[in-house]
Design a protein around this ligand. Structure first.
Ligand code: ADP
Ligand code: MG
Length: 892
């Protein structure tokens, strides 16, 4: 019979695994916005999003409502790593009548305690009553919190049942009561559960504690969850402490198969039958009772106390958890058991003593094992949601059971390791209870509020409102007109270069074409086949040696012809005469489709004798020199035009080309009658805007920030391409780097520690923005980036860095949208349409790979140009395809 009882109290490992899975499932349910209302494990958000970092300073008042006491505490932090805060405290006993009386009386009593405490401590001149004194309120009941200082009481427990409080904001109630005491300088800034206080108490001396387990009369656990998973709050970045309220785990019946008849008796006799099933297996309020019911049952079965009267066991509460712990902590012999049982008035035999001891041990070690299972669920969940292979975490532990049972920590450690082998927990005992932690929470809240104000100040100039963007749009429109005007174009910052491409593809283009692509990352020669089935291509990449890039024009173009000959030979097409399109991505003044004067070299090219000359002519001359007779150059085009044309083949509505890569530029189809720089009024022509130079005449000066000016000053072309420098891949990383430097100087990052690596130009690459802004996956990868930068960044630092990246990339996308809005609105007006349907062909790695750029661009554009319905089409190999299509359209 004894063996059977012991067996029923032992839970097999596979059953623990199942329980862990159930716990995780219930946690997810509590966090999910659709299911949280029915969840038993309530997963209450606490709005505590940060742990202390040691820089907190000042006086903090804490008031803690306990079972039958109000505790007040004054903590002074020195910003010295919180090593030795000064603390003063006072405990007030609370009359029992208050716990069941009116709510107002309860809060008045608490406020009186605060007043009394302050009267005693103010004389010690730590406090200046002029300054406001922040107060943290430890309120150990279930609350639905909506802010750190806003919490609605869900239900009373622990013997409390004050009227008129459930459903009300308890922070407000306390603040009103405090104000009545004429203590209006005391401001309630944070409310928290005692579990959270414990976590924060353990979180000092540079070791963040991210989980807390309270193993006391009741049972609870809290931990730092990824904020975006806490769907019951708006918070999406960083982490938030979640109060699991796991005591209710099992209230839906999940635990029924591990419940013993003794547990059922304990539950039936409790004040809340059917509720808090997990807590009733582990809380120290219940362990004595479980043992008592086990002993009653075994006595009835005649397995115990056969030689004495055990009626005393019938009395509820007669066997306390304290006694149980004394019995199992003294395992040598049975003297202690005998003593305890005799105090109860029993006369146990030696055999009885041994058996009682076994039962006690089974009940308490089951509790410890269940704690470990719950903890394993939390740890595994944290590890998985942080996308880590291994989790190392500090766990604060507190409570009667933890302190009273010598083997508790050992069981917690070994069983949780067994169930969650990927996690390593280090246990930190909380010696000061929750009070000090509450002061920390309060201090952190104030630190974060101050930091938030400063961060906003730094980022404010980068944040553009709708009026700013409308102004940019209007300015772009104005510059476009200037650039198109016959008499004004010479002074325009947006050059609006005619391309002599007058038609987009209509899908009837057919034939084989040669294409050249010079000016991107590689030089390529392509054979493009346009057939009824679509476009197919063959291409070769050729290296242009630096000596040739920087030699003479003749050498360069001779080399290009050599490459063409090599390509044609490989393709067996040496004798074919094919029309050739030339994508030449350098600024050109075009005077015909096949006539373009090079304005200047960029991107490391400096071949002599080319600037001011017709590039097509230079190519033809080289062909002649090389006696290549079959070359028929029909068109030279910019890569924006190529992008538009290649997308135009798939979508006839594509009449705009956009590039957002290393640089940025756009082109679109303009009415010939508006193009003052080219004769003729019929039809349309594609205009290469060269919009990167927008603002070079000073018209955008009002939106440039201090950071933009520093970045501009350090480029090879200061004052040039000002619009591009706000938008494109070559610059965004640099802007972010300079903002980070400023934040570091203002001690908003890295706790003010210097980061010499960050001084290096271009060390912060634009692709980092993509990685950092990508939600979810980012954390691990952010770490990798930060390590590359030799940065010792905290979790909060990485959240702040993400905010900086978001501000910079959002602004870039918005400005790009403002430019596009000017273009589509002009096209709509040109055509006298109420509504314009148009497609933009886009190329460029920033646009294609950044996680939010395209979305932000499209949303802003919709907002700024509501009468235009704009679609976006990604261009694939626009330079090659586009060149062939320009040639095809020209010969159509
Ligand atoms: P180009 O404009 O020279 O033709 P790309 O369109 O490929 O070339 O753009 C290259 C630029 O894209 C790089 O200079 C870099 O700034 C940026 N970039 C590269 N990778 C990423 C990424 N993952 N996310 C955002 N930007 C990127
Ligand atoms: Mg490109």
């Amino acid at each position: 019979q004894i063996q059977r009882a012991l067996r029923s109290l032992a839970i097999p490992l596979d059953r623990l695994h199942i329980m862990k899975t159930h716990m995780i499932r219930d946690m997810c349910k509590g966090l999910n916005r659709h299911t949280y209302a029915e969840a038993k494990v309530r997963m209450l958000p606490t709005y505590i999003c940060s742990t202390p970092n040691g820089t907190e300073k000042g006086n903090f008042l804490v008031v803690e409502l306990c079972q039958s006491q109000v505790r007040t505490l004054l903590v002074t932090l020195y910003g010295d790593g919180n090593l030795s805060p000064q603390m003063m405290y006072k405990i007030f006993d609370m009359p029992e009548s208050i716990m069941q009386g009116e709510g107002e009386a309860l809060f008045d009593f608490i406020a009186q305690c605060v007043s009394q405490f302050l009267a005693d401590t103010t004389s010690s001149d730590t406090i200046n009553s002029e300054e406001s004194l922040p107060l943290g309120f430890v309120f150990p009941f279930s609350c639905r919190q909506t802010q750190l200082d806003k919490a609605e009481l869900l239900s009373w427990s622990k013997g409390f049942s004050c009227s008129g409080v459930v459903g009300k904001d308890v922070v407000q109630l306390l603040q009103s009561a405090i104000n009545k005491q004429e203590l209006s300088h005391v401001k309630v800034v944070a409310l928290m559960n005692d579990t959270v206080g414990t976590m924060m108490t353990c979180s000092t001396e540079g070791r963040p504690c991210e989980v807390a387990v309270v193993a006391d009369k009741g049972s609870n656990c809290c931990f730092m969850a990824e904020a975006h998973l806490v769907e019951t709050t708006e918070e999406t970045s960083g982490r938030m402490c979640v109060n699991t309220e796991w005591g209710c785990f099992g209230d839906d019946g999940t635990l029924h198969d591990i419940m013993t008849p003794y547990d059922e008796c304990v539950d039936e006799e409790s004040a809340n039958p059917g509720e808090k099933r997990f807590e009733k297996l582990v809380g120290s309020l219940y362990l004595g009772e479980i043992v008592r019911h086990a002993l009653i049952a075994l006595t009835a079965e005649k397995a115990l106390f056969t030689e004495c009267d055990a009626a005393v066991l019938k009395e509820k509460g007669v066997f306390t958890t304290q006694q149980v712990l004394e019995i199992i902590n003294n395992e040598d012999g049975t003297t202690e058991v005998k003593r305890v049982l005799e105090v109860l008035g029993l006369h146990p035999s030696e055999r009885d003593c041994g058996r009682v001891q076994q039962i006690c041990r089974a009940v308490v070690s089951r509790a410890a094992t269940l704690y470990a299972t719950g903890l394993a669920a939390i740890l595994s969940y944290m590890c998985r949601t942080r996308e880590m292979e291994q989790l190392m975490v500090n766990v604060g532990v507190e409570g009667e059971l933890y302190q009273g049972y010598t083997r508790f920590e050992e069981i917690l450690q070994s069983v949780s390791k067994l169930l969650a082998p990927e996690c390593t927990a280090t246990f930190l005992p909380s010696r000061d209870g929750s009070g000090r932690g509450a002061a920390m929470v309060t201090a952190v809240a104030l630190r974060l509020a101050a930091q938030r104000r400063e961060v906003n100040e730094v980022l404010a100039p980068l944040r553009l409102n709708r009026a700013d963007l409308e102004k940019v749009q209007a300015l772009m429109r104005q510059e476009m007109e200037v650039g198109l005007g016959r008499d004004t174009h010479a002074t325009a910052s947006v050059r609006m270069l005619p391309s002599y491409v007058c038609h987009t593809p209509d899908g009837t283009e057919r034939g084989d074409f040669l294409a050249l692509d010079l000016g991107g990352t590689n030089f390529r020669v392509l054979l493009v086949r346009v057939t009824e089935e679509g476009i197919s291509m063959a291409s070769e990449i050729y290296v242009i040696p630096t000596a040739i890039m920087q030699g003479t024009g003749q050498e360069l173009f001779d080399h290009i012809i050599d490459c063409i000959v090599d390509f044609q030979t490989k393709q067996n097409m040496l004798t074919h005469v094919l029309p050739l399109g030339f994508t030449f991505s350098f600024p050109c003044q075009q005077v015909g489709l096949d006539k373009a004067l090079l304005l200047t070299w960029t991107k490391g090219f400096s071949a002599s004798g080319c600037v001011g000359r017709d590039v097509v002519h230079l190519l033809r001359d080289a062909a002649q020199r090389k006696q290549h007779k079959g070359l028929q150059v029909v068109a030279l085009l910019n890569d924006t035009v190529g992008t538009m044309m290649s997308c135009g083949y798939d979508d006839p509505k594509c009449e705009i080309g956009l590039i957002v890569g290393t640089g940025t530029n756009a082109c679109y189809m303009e009415e010939m009658k508006n193009v003052g720089t080219v004769e003729g009024n019929e039809g349309r022509m594609c205009i290469n805007m060269e919009w990167g130079a927008f603002g070079d005449n000073g018209c955008l000066d009002h939106i440039f920030t201090h950071f933009d000016r520093i970045v501009d000053d350090s480029t090879i072309n200061p004052g040039k391409q000002r619009f591009e420098k706000l938008i494109s891949g070559m610059y965004l990383g640099e802007i972010v780097r300079h903002i980070l430097l400023t934040m570091m100087e203002r001690q908003l990052l890295f706790q003010g520690r210097p980061c010499p690596k960050l001084q290096t130009k271009h060390i912060f690459q634009t692709k980092f923005l993509s990685t950092i802004e990508l939600n979810g996956l980012a954390l691990r990868q952010i770490r990798a980036i930060l390590q590359e930068l030799e940065l010792d960044a905290s979790f909060e630092d990485s959240v702040l860095m993400r905010e900086v990246c978001q501000a910079v990339s959002l602004r870039a996308a918005q400005l790009c949208a403002a430019g596009l809005a000017a273009v589509v609105e002009k096209m709509r007006e040109n055509r006298g349409l109420e509504q314009l349907d148009v497609t933009v062909g886009v190329d460029g790695t920033l646009y294609k790979l950044h996680p939010c750029f395209s979305k932000n661009l499209q949303n802003t554009l919709k907002d700024l140009a509501p009468k235009c319905n704009v679609s976006f089409l990604l261009s694939e190999d626009g330079s090659g395809k586009g060149a062939a299509l320009v040639a095809a359209v020209a010969s159509r």
